[in-house]
Design a protein around this ligand. Structure first.
Ligand code: GUN
Length: 283
């Protein structure tokens, strides 16, 4: 039997709908949640991601502002803008769309965002809180991955989870979230020798390596839950994940499609964090 597909678009729409009463409660208290997105340069993918975020904000009643800078923007101009946004009471969440042009020090800029407005969850204070097992703002993609696994009804506690990819914004936090749910977690990466037998042990396999078709049928345990975080452009222009969809569908128990799996969840989680940031200003 082919894998059940986990519909990220539908789960994200459900999540966004569940935010409506919270946005209404905030409105009743005179607060309109707002997200500020800082976009540097003219990378088409980054522009598309920011447009998607702006649209999702509008759908959810969240105000958004885009702060666009040219690719040669200086670190001081960007730091000044972040400082202004940190101080602006009408702004509850701030994100800097990544990647930044190589001349800029991304870590330094992210560190200048107030942790209370860091709705991407990339600030060391928020990542540290996650490491300590008392998460505040969790990065959207890992949070979305966990939601999809839960939505599918896949048990996590006591199961073997393998995460392929060790980025700070996806792989590492995903491994921590799975560990918090009592999975036994293996974190693999580009220097892991002999990936296939490790991947095949996974009841839950999360692939965030950025390589099209990295995971084929032989790397998947029959019945496993496979979450594909990859977004790659195939030779024919199509967007494909890191998993060989047609082959793995034949063996996995659950599988997320690309597009329409993890991607919409990332955005929905960001909006949820923005609403939460606004709620916290009233605590
Ligand atoms: N670039 C790739 N993923 C993300 C994300 O989740 N947030 C931001 N700000 N940039 C990204």
């Amino acid at each position: 039997m082919p894998a059940k597909l986990i519909d990220g678009k539908a789960v994200a729409a459900q999540l966004r709908a569940s935010l409506a009463p919270r946005v209404a409660r905030l409105a009743a208290r005179g607060v309109r949640p707002a997200l500020a997105a800082v976009l540097v340069g003219d990378d088409p993918a980054s522009q598309l991601y920011v447009r998607n975020k702006v649209r999702a904000c509008a759908d959810t009643g969240v105000r958004s502002e885009v702060h666009a800078f040219p690719a040669d923007a200086g670190a001081t101009a960007l730091a000044d803008r972040i400082e202004r946004l940190n101080a602006d009471e009408r702004v509850h969440g701030i994100i800097v769309q990544l990647p930044l042009p190589p001349a800029l020090d991304a870590a330094r800029l992210l560190a200048s965002i107030s942790p209370a407005k860091d709705v991407d969850g990339f600030h060391a204070q928020n990542l540290g809180a996650l490491l300590q097992g008392r998460p505040r703002f969790v990065p959207g993609t890992p949070a979305g991955v966990l939601r999809l696994i839960e939505h599918a009804g896949v048990p996590i506690a006591g199961r073997r989870a393998v995460v392929i990819g060790r980025s700070t914004i996806v792989g590492k936090p995903t491994a921590l979230l799975l560990l918090q749910r009592d999975a036994t977690v293996t974190l693999c990466h580009s220097k892991t020798p002999d990936l296939a037998p490790l991947a095949r042990e996974a009841d839950i396999l999360v692939v965030a390596a950025g390589r099209a078709k990295l995971v084929g049928r032989a790397m998947v345990k029959p019945g496993a839950c496979v979450i594909d975080v990859g977004i790659n452009r195939a030779a024919d222009g199509k967007v494909v994940g890191d998993v060989d969809f047609d082959a793995v569908r034949e063996v996995a128990g659950w599988l997320t499609p690309v597009p329409g799996g993890v991607g919409p969840m990332t955005v929905a989680m960001l909006i949820a964090n923005t609403v939460e940031a606004a709620e916290r200003t009233l605590d």
